[in-house]
Design a protein around this ligand. Sequence first.
Ligand SMILES: Cc1ncc(COP(=O)(O)O)c(C=O)c1O
Length: 417
Amino acid sequence: MNAASMDEKDVLKKYKEEFYLPDYLYYEANGLGPMSRRSEATLNRVAEEWKNLLVAGWFAGEVPWFYYPERIAAMEEELVGAKEKELIINGTTTTNIHSVLAAFYKPWGKRTKILCDSQIFSSDRYAVEAQIRLKGQDPDDDLILAGIGNPIISEDEIIDWMSEEVALIFLPSVVHSTGQLLDMERLAAEAAKRGIPIGFDLSHSAGVVPCKLHDWGVDFAVWCNYKYLNGGLGCPSTIFIHEKNFDVPVAMPGWHGYVKDLQFRKLPHFEAERGAGGWQHGSPLILNIAPLEGALDMVREAGIDAIRKKSLAMTGYFMELIDEKLAKLGVEILTPREDDRRGGHVTILHVAASEITDFLDSGSRITDELKSAVREKMASGKPAGKDDQVRISFSPLYFSFEDVYMTAQNLEQLLGD
Ligand SMILES: Cc1ncc(COP(=O)(O)O)c(C=O)c1O
């Protein structure tokens, strides 16, 4: 099927008009999603509430600010398969990682290690290592990075590492560098068999790949809301705490995690609200959550299954175009090709990776300088190294199949004669 006929059948095409997009193709859905009119509307509404209601907004806002993190988090339940009270919006992904690790990592006896992946995102790693140190352990001994030496990580290898020395497992859903989707269900089941708590960072899947956190028995999860979910700059992160863990003591409490009805009494000893709500720290970042309300309204209306279906069709189509037009120009696909092993972005390898990234980031305009830099690298005859990666993300809400075709065509022009 060609791009035009796929666009004709696309049930999500109407959403593109709702976004403020630049006049070039924007590939950063896995970095910072764009603003939509619905996000602008909810942001403006909350800003007006601040202007007009001041402190009364806590209870008189259209969605009262007091319940805002709970209510907006609840809008994500169906996207990740969470039950009531299992989600809360709070802080940044990094602070939330600290918070969940502080609570779920309990080194004891010979169970002292945290099992992560070799591609772990920088901030996640800093948090993991810091939490290991805070518990009096040494990251050199107690951090396992599965999959060293191969950018695509095998679940079998991760499972082989799940020994009696492992106190906690913390993995990504989609590996940020390669776009590989890990089999969370299988990993969670294997961890449960061995009695090891397991958590995931869903930053690169939330809003583009559905999952079933509750049914799969995942202990906890965190994710960014400003990538595929388009919650905007500085949008706080979401925490998932499985219902079975509602009695796990909150390790980094703050007054907004207090039993909801008593919170403003400012009582001396912390008592957590039951559920993920208890994991809030200080005052919720209401103005930063506000754009997410509109963005989630759109994602829910579009439907996460339809989003995933289109995402797979787009990345699959792009891979076909690479095989057809770009493989002969030295482009290799790093992301796994199987539908159930890839997320929303495709990572390619090319000797001129940094020039390709500049090209895509700057609106796919070819300059003489860029072209000669590409030529020089390609003429060197060197193969692409494992770090010569380019990540290309097509958001199903604002990309058409024609856009995907254009991407391949633009790259062909840049890399060809
Ligand atoms: C996988 C992953 N984890 C964590 C973060 C950090 O998120 P934050 O800046 O909200 O702490 C990012 C940001 O891009 C990310 O991609």
